[in-house]
Design a protein around this ligand. Structure first.
Ligand code: HAM
Length: 495
């Protein structure tokens, strides 16, 4: 049997990984100049955290999450039916002790299981099992498998919910000024894999939490984002911005939109038809060609913002102008997660085909309160899709600056080997990347391998070099050669 990575997940190999590392390091450095510190978050969290934050009707929560039932390490369902009585007794006890989830569904399953077991075990023992007995055993097995002995957990589909959870859990609202956190790592969504869309993908994100919702904060976050893109060499990115209102003005707009959509329902595809009732804003996101002309005629949020939201949006545009940030307004930019309000934005990059959003984000002022934190804390943030950023950079020919092999240390004879090993160690201590063949090679083969490994230099060490205490150094790019003593060699290669 041959194992392969699961569809939608992939390995990132050298030399690509060097570019990934450079990009991630650049993010840390650029974000640090704006006062952001890195937060390392868990990969899985309680399912409920994501359901509440992102919203039960969103694609992410309703279709795409990798969710599993956890269990305490000492609770194991019995391997054979003979022990089920003891196990059922334990379930009852664990439920009473509050050690396993005590929601109504779980309680019902356990009560049904206890009853089924009492029924079954009250029958005379030692008789031949008949058909009815087998049906009962089968039913008990199903009930047992349905009992949750641990919480439901989910591989994180995004990290904003986790950052807010951590902010509340660690009482970070008492910290001075705005709390600025950034993160780097994998996220998981069960999406249909294609170019730029994976089931395990990576994000570089940043979140700012604090009591102010000043538009200057939104603009500075965008400035930082663009400074990062500039530093990593991303060309041709476009920033789109929008305001989607707040809890005062959005509900009325959504209702208005719903009414208009109902009038044209028959002309819409099944997804948009369903969204008229569940989440009409998402219809604006539709890419279905036949729906585009209809969407253009729909009422726009800009004309329906309340005074406070309109002022905030105008101020944002002023703040962007102050920073010389170019952007396009896109009234259809509503984003796919429920926690957003007011400012939303996305950045597209070239070379990505249909999955061209390389970054998305926005303001989420009510989220901290929704998750049980202080009502006064507001938030804004973004996440960059690192996989897509890499694709765009690679398409544009941006590579990792340095990296790869500096020296292939070709040795000939046992005495040369004994000198090569400590020399390699010394060079590596000086930061030079060295490859030492583990077995002696013929001269031609050694130099050929050095070439194929992409080494910048071959250092040659044979009897002659040992006697003269001079190494032969060959620059593989142009074939020039010189002899150097050990101290000169280290200085030369380091430079
Ligand atoms: P999002 O728009 O769902 O927002 O994801 C942000 C970025 O992650 C996308 O623009 C895209 O580049 C990348 N991405 C998303 N799904 C995939 C996928 N399946 N494969 C490859 N890349 C993907 C969020 O996640 C929010 N938490 C952003 C945020 C932070 N908002 C406020 N703070």
């Amino acid at each position: 049997m041959k194992f392969q990575a699961i569809k939608g997940v992939r390995d990132i190999l050298p030399p690509d990984s060097a570019l990934w590392n450079r990009v991630e390091q650049t993010a840390r450095e650029v974000f640090a100049t704006y006062g952001y510190g890195e937060i390392r978050l868990p990969i899985f969290e309680a399912t409920e955290l994501f359901a509440r934050s992102i919203g039960g009707e969103t694609d992410v929560v309703s279709k795409e999450m990798y969710t599993f039932a956890d269990r305490p390490s000492d609770f194991l369902p019995p391997p054979t039916f003979s022990e089920i009585g003891v196990y059922i007794g334990n379930l009852k006890k664990w439920l009473e002790d509050g050690r396993i989830p005590s929601d109504v569904d779980n309680k019902l399953r356990i009560v049904s299981l206890v009853q089924a077991w009492e029924n079954f075990s009250s029958k005379p023992q030692g008789r031949m099992l008949d058909f009815n007995d087998l049906v009962e055993v089968d039913q008990m097995g199903r009930l047992r498998d349905g009992v949750r002995i641990g919480p439901d957990l989910t591989l994180r589909p995004e990290a904003t919910a986790s950052v807010v959870r951590a902010y509340i859990e660690h009482g970070m609202h008492v910290r001075p000024g705005n709390v600025k956190l950034c993160y780097i790592g994998p996220m998981f969504r069960r999406e249909r894999p294609q170019k730029g869309r994976y089931r395990q993908f990576y994000q570089i994100g940043a979140e700012l939490l604090g009591t102010s919702d000043a538009a200057a904060i939104d603009a500075e976050l965008l400035e930082m984002l663009l400074a990062f893109f500039e530093r990593v060499g991303l060309k041709g990115a476009t920033l789109y911005v929008n305001s989607i209102g707040d809890k005062n003005c959005r509900p009325a707009y959504v209702e208005k939109l719903r009414e208009e959509l109902r009038k044209v329902k028959d002309k819409l595809g099944p997804d948009s038809q369903r969204r008229i009732e569940t989440n009409p804003l998402r219809v604006l996101d539709s890419k279905v060609p036949e729906e585009q002309a209809i969407i253009e005629t729909l009422p726009r949020i800009a004309g329906n913002l309340c005074d406070a939201c309109r002022t905030h949006y105008e101020k944002l545009k002023e703040e962007l102008a102050l920073r010389g940030i170019a952007y396009e307004e896109n009234w259809r930019l509503v984003r796919g997660l429920d926690y957003y309000m007011r400012t939303t934005f996305e950045i597209t990059a070239p070379g990505l085909g249909s999955q061209n959003a390389v970054c998305g984000g926005g303001r989420y002022d009510g989220l901290v309160e929704l998750l049980g934190g202080p009502a006064t804390t507001k938030g804004i943030g973004f996440a960059i899709g690192t996989d897509r950023l890499m694709l765009s950079l690679q398409e544009a020919g941006v590579g990792a600056a340095k990296g790869g092999l500096d020296v292939f240390l070709a040795w000939f004879g046992a005495a040369a080997y004994a000198a090569a090993v400590p020399l390699a160690k010394k060079l590596r201590e000086a930061g030079v990347a060295v490859e030492v063949p583990a077995a002696e090679m013929k001269f031609g083969k050694a130099l050929n391998l050095a070439d194929r490994l992409g080494a910048r230099y071959a250092v040659i060490l044979g009897d002659e070099e040992l006697a003269a205490k001079q190494f032969t150094v060959k620059r593989l790019g142009d074939g020039t050669q010189q002899k150097l003593g050990e101290a000169e060699l280290v200085t030369y290669l380091r430079g």
